[in-house]
Design a protein around this ligand. Sequence first.
Ligand SMILES: *Cc1c(COP(=O)(O)O)cnc(C)c1O
Length: 394
Amino acid sequence: MKVPISKSIFTQEDMSHVLQPLSDGWVVQGPKVERFESMWSQFTKAEYSIATTSCTSALFLSIDSLNLEEDDEVIVPALSWISTANVVENVGCKTVFCDIDLSTFNINLDDLRSKITNNTKAIIPVHLFGYPVDIEIIKEIIGDRKIYIIEDAACGFGAYVNDIHVGTKGTFGCFSFHPRKAISTGEGGMITLNDKKYLNKIRSLRDHGMDYGSDIQNNKPSFMKDHENAGYNFRMTDIQASLGISQMNRADQILRERHDIANIYDEAFNSNNQIGNPIIIEENFIHGYQSYACIFKPKDVKKALLTGNYESLINISENRNKFMDELANAGIGTRPPTHAIHTLSYYRDKYKTRPHDYPSAWAANICGFSIPIFPGLTEEDQNYVIETIFKYLN
Ligand SMILES: *Cc1c(COP(=O)(O)O)cnc(C)c1O
């Protein structure tokens, strides 16, 4: 690909950071992970941060720590990466899907209200593609019911509502360091939390269930700590954390570059109605721009959804596919924005969902597409992307 959808650019500085644990000889979770966690807390203003192997394991540890039961329901937007729902299944709870809003790609609040039952124990709002969900509104909807909020902030680095970083308002916030995300450690994740009650529990579950609560200090060679949980090994390595630390040192620059690229796309697509990014950024919201997601023929999509004309939606989708093929032929990488989870066979078979049960999530999945955005994308390459798109549309 001449212009891939995403590309990890590592600096000399990043590389020398990665070599440090190798020359020190300490590579597993240790001082670098601790430093990365504290930088993360500083940046997001979360009270605590806990590094993990991925956002998926961060989500899993979060939900696992709540001791939910078999009939408990967890509400998940139907449009997200599949792991947002998989973790609900992995702890044995019931996934309840909720549709999204095509003007934000995020959870539809009216639909959320209608999905809450006496069995609802948690909601996983997703700050999809880096556009924030206002967690305060979700708290209002919950009212005085005991429902946990686990923020899927995998894409949420650099996203704010009223100067508050995403991932810090729910019981937990979960971030990803996969290469498609703004900060990348290869694989990696982070849990943010403010309630100390969960701190040792999650640290314990991350580390084979080892006792983190008691202060027993014993340096005798015969001493081993107790294990109070049947935990897991979801520890990040110091090699990965070093890469994270190095990128956190230039976090503002990474985010600025993403914004600059997004602004150029916004300007270019403003005046046409055949494709575009549907998000109109709300006042006091800051987009993190993990992805730049667009809808193909947005007016036609909206009309098809309003009239329930799903044949027309599929038709638009086929044209989108041709458009994506053409861009690929021109050396430009695009991808569908993310999964309509309820259409994937595990969920379709288990919950008997039909694509149009969550029509906006389905439409975003089959009529949307993401275009290249990453720090290091040159102006020349970006112009080539824009020109090629317009050449096709005309
Ligand atoms: C990337 C992503 C995940 C998974 O993150 P990993 O670190 O790859 O496990 C989960 N949810 C959303 C919304 C994502 O975009």
